[in-house]
Write a protein that binds this ligand. Structure first.
Ligand code: BTN
Length: 253
């Protein structure tokens, strides 16, 4: 793996409830080196956003948590971690499509789901520890659907690399590639290239600048996504021209 630190220290667990929970418990006991990854091929109780579960058939998918110490980021800018992670997964998808001579739309569905066309291929759950007004540690949980072919009926919009590209993938090799793409994006962040990150993130947003009926606090709201605020709220322009901001609890896209 061609990285300086990301994934160089790797903890492989035969099985675990949630790699994110494991990483958070580990951080309470020791300070693993920056870039430590915890991964498993058998996650029993994966956690997703909005308190949802993340389902993953054994031995088929990537389930990984990465530990970073982005102390140079102010807590109010923590959404940048979401942005670089989503961009890194989008980078990985774009490399895989290219390797396989396929063209599909890769999109980031706010806040940080990665979509191929209109289906979800990867989910991200970031859990930050904030202390003394600084971002002390960040646990970046990533689930990618790789070789799984059947998804439960309650997740109708899931897709995997296998379903998309008709071939099996080596999960460990994918983890290595993922580490390389994340590290590149993290170094971009560390170098202060926020404008570039923000621009690329917005350019890849699913439904960007398209009129759409959003589910908002139980009602339908006609509007178009025009961007994301500094703290990560979704900015939607409604028909009157007014711009409203929403957090995860308030809107379903
Ligand atoms: C989502 O789409 O809601 C986020 C899903 C995040 C799933 C990953 S799998 C590895 C890590 N461990 C967890 O318990 N969750 C994340």
């Amino acid at each position: 793996m061609k990285t300086l630190f990301t994934g160089q220290n790797a903890i492989h667990l035969h099985t675990v409830d949630s790699t994110n929970s494991y990483a958070i418990d580990l951080l309470k006991q020791i300070k693993p080196v920056e870039g430590t990854i915890i991964y498993t091929f058998n996650q029993k109780n994966g956690r997703g956003q909005r308190g949802n579960t993340w389902q993953s058939e054994p031995n088929k998918n990537v389930a990984l948590s990465l530990i970073l110490y982005p102390q140079f980021i102010k807590p109010e800018s923590q959404f940048l971690i979401s942005k670089i992670t989503a961009l890194a997964i989008a980078d990985l998808m774009s490399a895989l499509l290219k390797e396989n001579d396929k063209t599909h739309e890769i999109r980031i569905k706010w806040p940080n789901d990665v979509y191929i066309d209109d289906k979800k291929i990867a989910g991200i759950l970031i859990e930050n520890n904030i202390n003394n007004n600084a971002l002390n540690s960040s646990v970046i949980g990533i689930g990618i659907n790789v070789n799984q072919e059947n998804f439960e009926k309650n997740i109708p919009n899931a897709i995997s690399l296998k379903l998309l590209l008709n071939k099996e993938f080596d999960i460990v090799q994918l983890i290595h590639q993922l580490c390389e793409f994340i590290e590149a994006r993290y170094l971009q962040l560390r170098a202060g290239k926020m404008d570039k990150i923000n621009e690329e993130y917005v350019n890849q947003l699913f439904l960007f600048n398209q009129w759409h009926a959003f589910k908002c606090n139980g009602n339908l709201l006609n509007g178009k996504i025009i961007g994301v605020s500094a703290i990560g709220k979704l900015k939607i322009e409604i028909e009157s021209g007014e711009v409203k901001e929403f957090d995860l609890k308030e809107i379903n896209t």
